[in-house]
Design a protein around this ligand. Structure first.
Ligand code: ZN
Ligand code: ZN
Length: 123
C-alpha cells in the first residue's frame, strides 16, 4: 500500500501493507524528529508504566509526554523521538499525518524500533 504525500503529491510506499492502529494494539508510538523512523512500545511495558503509571499514550498530558521522551534512547540517525513529530515524507520531509486515517494510526516507512524486541529506554 502507498499513500500520497499531501505536500509534494508523490507516492510514499509503506513497508507494511497496512496502517497500524495503535489503540487497538495497545501501543504507543513516536516518530523521529529527523527521519521516518518510528518507535513503538507496549502500554504494558514496565519501564513505561514506571514513568507515567497506567496511562494510555494518547491520554498523556504535556509533562508526561516530555517525561517519556526524556527516557527514550536516541534514534540511530541521531535524532530524538518526539510525540509531536509527524510522520515525515521521505521525499520532501512534509507531514504525512493528514493522509492517515486518524492520529491513532501510525505508518512504517523506514526503520521500526520495537520496544518489545529491543531496548528503547535509557538506563
Ligand atoms: Zn512529500
Ligand atoms: Zn532518526
Amino acid at each position: 500500500m502507498d499513500i500520497e504525500c499531501p505536500s509534494c503529491k508523490k507516492r510514499v510506499e509503506l513497508d507494511q501493507r497496512y496502517f497500524y492502529h495503535a489503540a487497538r494494539s495497545n501501543q504507543g508510538f513516536l516518530y523521529c524528529d529527523r527521519d521516518s523512523t518510528v518507535l513503538v512500545f507496549s502500554t504494558y511495558d514496565p519501564a513505561y508504566v514506571r514513568i507515567v503509571g497506567d496511562v494510555h499514550p494518547w491520554m498523556l498530558d504535556f509533562d508526561q509526554k516530555a517525561e517519556v521522551e526524556e527516557h527514550l534512547i536516541a534514534c540511530p540517525c541521531g535524532g530524538s523521538f518526539s510525540f509531536s513529530s509527524p510522520p515525515q515524507c521521505p521525499h520532501c520531509g512534509g507531514s504525512l499525518q493528514p493522509a492517515l486515517p486518524s492520529p491513532m494510526h501510525y505508518v512504517i516507512m523506514g526503520r521500526l524500533i520495537d520496544g518489545d524486541r529491543e531496548p528503547i529506554w535509557k538506563d
